[in-house]
Design a protein around this ligand. Structure first.
Ligand code: GLU
Length: 331
């Protein structure tokens, strides 16, 4: 059974790229008669924007991307807000600490600043130098006894490569020692994205992770987490970044980027969904005008392109015209 998720952080109103991720996941679920989950990744309280969750759900509703599990509708794998799942993350962090796959880091913000400054002056790559990982047991005990706050970090392999197969990009491989010992649990007891995301994808039975390309550099860390926990990995599929017709990264000057702005301007939801799905994906034939049902029938991860997708507002206007001309005079 295919289980996919859209996992937004409530840091603002969803833009075209977020919605494309939601759409691909929705289409994948529909194609295989699977489940489409919405999970709110609200573990970074400082970046949370009031009202964002509502805007996220409102955008999905407007486009007709009905979710099978998530906020409002519930489901067997809830809660679907990460801030309500903290005990779970703590228990997994404990497990990682026990097996030595993670360690406590007592470095203070001041120490970390000095570390970075030292690396900068000496032209060294910046990143955590893993000093707490190699501290003597007595030293660590003394720091703990002092009651110093700590974070939990992932102990990355120090040699070899981390390889994984991406369904869009093919084999991706990075040198393990170049990857930072990622913070998993912060001093405030909240998990970082990496821990919460992997734990939930596992616990919620996610089979395919379809998300934007900006997350591909995080995936090696996730792979190490899956391995350390002895969990089976989902299929990863990273959709290409979106550019404007001029080749620059998509921004306001190429048109509105907030999905609901299109609704507010009178665009039809079906046209917007159709247009967004075709940024970096194609049905494998010449068809362009397609309903959600038609796209769901044709959807396949294999036809997500690895090259950047192009957002061309002129094409959206053309497509919106097709849909408008299909309406009855009354509508
Ligand atoms: N919370 C992440 C975001 O806002 C989720 C990324 C992912 O799908 O793993 O995009």
């Amino acid at each position: 059974m295919v289980r996919v998720r859209y996992a937004p952080s409530p840091t603002g109103s969803p833009h075209v790229g977020n919605i494309r991720t939601a759409l691909f996941n929705y289409l994948m679920a529909r194609r295989h008669g699977g489940a489409f989950l919405v999970r709110i990744e609200d573990t970074d309280k400082a970046r949370e924007v009031p009202g964002a969750v509502e805007e996220i759900l409102e955008s999905l509703r407007w486009l007709g991307l009905q979710w099978n599990e998530g906020p409002d509708v519930g489901g067997d794998f809830g809660p679907y807000f990460q801030s309500e799942r903290l005990t779970l993350y703590h228990s997994i962090a404990e497990k990682l600490l026990d097996s030595g796959a993670a360690y406590r880091c007592y470095c203070t913000p001041q120490e970390l600043r000095e570390m970075r400054e030292f690396q900068r002056i000496n032209n060294m790559p910046t990143g955590y130098d893993r000093r707490c990982r190699f501290r003597k047991a007595e030293e660590l005990e003394a720091l703990a006894a002092e009651g110093r706050p700590f974070v939990v970090r992932l102990a990355m392999p120090l040699e070899g490569e981390i390889r994984f197969e991406d369904a869009v990009r093919g084999v991706v491989s990075v040198e393990a020692k170049l990857v930072d010992d990622q913070v998993l649990l912060k001093t405030d007891g909240f998990p970082t994205y990496h821990l919460a995301n992997v734990v939930d994808d596992h616990e919620q039975g996610i089979t395919h992770v379809i998300r934007g390309d900006e997350w591909i550099s995080s995936t090696p860390k996730h792979v190490v987490l899956y391995r350390s926990l002895g969990w089976e990995m989902p299929v990863f599929a990273h959709a290409p970044i979106i550019k404007g017709p001029d080749g620059a990264k998509l921004s306001k000057r190429h048109g509105d980027t907030r999905c609901l702005d299109y609704r507010d301007k009178g665009y039809l939801a079906a046209a917007v969904a159709n247009f967004i799905a075709l940024i970096g994906w194609s049905p494998g034939d010449e068809r362009e005008k397609m309903s959600l049902n038609e796209m769901a029938e044709a959807f396949s991860i294999d036809r997500i392109q690895p090259n950047p997708g192009v957002f061309d507002i002129a094409k959206l206007q053309w497509m919106n015209g097709l849909y408008i001309r299909d309406l009855s005079p009354d509508a």
